[in-house]
Structures are given as C-alpha cells and as structure tokens.
Design a protein around this ligand. Structure first.
Ligand code: MLT
Length: 199
C-alpha cells in the first residue's frame, strides 16, 4: 500500500494514520505531530478510488458499505501492517490507529475482525463498520470515539452503537461529543491528545 513511514525517536509506539474519503497519506501527519512527536508514524493511502477519491474500501452509496470489499480491504491492511512491522522493525503489538471518517471506519473494522491488529484507536467520526458479527475479545484495547451531535454522515446512533459493540467485546471505550457536524475540530484533536497521554 502507498504510505509514508517516519521513524520516531526510540518510542515503542507506532501511530497508524488513516485519512478520510478523498484524502491522502499526507492529511493526518499534523495530528501525529501534535499527539506524539516521538512515536513512529505510518500513514497509509487507501487502495480504493471512488471517482478519483482515495478510500479504504468501496461503498454502494453514502453510508452503505460494500461488505465483501470491506472484509477484503481490512485483511489487506492488516497484512500490510504485519509486513511493514517486519520491514521497518517497529513493534507490531503497539500500533495505535488515528482515523478520520472512512479511515476511522477501516480502523474500526480492524478491531472488529482481528484481535491483535491494534493496541488502541482514536476514531474521529466513525460508523459501525459491519453489523451482525461476533467481535474478537478486545480486552486491553483502548478506543476513543469523537463524534458530532449534528453529523449528517456519521449519525450519533452510529457512534453510540459502535461504543456499545466495542464495550461488549471488552474494549475500554470513551466517547467525546462536539456540538458540530462531520468536520474534525481542533478541540477534538486536543481531547484525543489528552486521552493519548493517559494511555
Ligand atoms: C464511509 O464511507 O466510510 C463513511 O460514509 C464516511 C465517509 O464518507 O468517508
């Protein structure tokens, strides 16, 4: 997968950055810089193009996911992480995802399908990636969801359902609400930064 890797200053943590629809591997680099200047950074570009917009998996319509492609792309990303850890020599067991929108959804899908894909995740404006499946035991995994109470794309119910499903799988989940829409706000980034310091 197309990506940027920046080795950190000896930290055992690696931040996995996953952009939103139409974004690129460059978009979330400032967030990583804000949250942890010492961590390794692996920023990945989604392999799917929707009319020229990069995404991490196909959708049939807005908010309606192509489940078969979602499962395939989640496996592809998980295997890419295994390979990248071997190639760059980072700790595969200490990967913390930071995803926005479509990137948050593929990060959520990694948690839904693979027990050890991520150590923790910051999910900005996520949805439930897939319903009706049994999640792996996510004991010891920490997840922060940030959501907008007026988000027309990722409804509040998606956020609270996602929180419930992850908690039922034993993940430690916090949710932060903004009285805003789908945009990623500076105050959310600040909340994420403070949550990360407590990890
Ligand atoms: C998705 O397709 O992942 C969600 O609808 C969010 C987005 O528009 O990227």
């Amino acid at each position: 997968m197309k990506h940027i890797y920046n080795k950190g200053n000896g930290s055992s943590r690696t931040l996995l950055l996953l952009h939103g629809t139409g974004g690129s591997e460059h978009d979330l680099l400032p967030l990583a810089e804000h949250i942890d200047q010492d961590a390794n950074v692996l920023s990945v570009r989604g392999n799917v193009s929707e009319n020229g917009m990069n995404r991490f998996f196909r959708r049939l319509a807005e908010g309606v996911f192509d489940e078969e492609d979602l499962v395939f792309r989640t496996k592809e990303l998980n295997e890419f992480l295994d390979q990248a850890a071997a190639d760059y020599g980072f700790d595969r067991d200490n990967v913390i995802a930071i995803g926005y929108s479509n990137g948050a959804n593929i990060a959520g899908s990694l948690l839904f399908h693979y027990q050890n894909a991520l150590k923790a995740a910051i999910l900005h404006h996520p949805m439930v990636p897939r319903r009706g499946i049994e999640l792996p035991d996510l004991s010891g995994k920490a997840v922060l969801i940030t959501a907008g109470s007026n988000d027309p794309i990722c409804s509040p119910k998606e956020s609270t359902d996602l929180q419930t499903l992850l908690q039922q799988a034993n993940a430690d989940v916090e949710i932060h609400w903004e009285n805003r829409g789908h945009q990623l706000t500076p105050s959310e980034v600040e909340v994420a930064s403070q949550w990360y310091q407590r990890l």
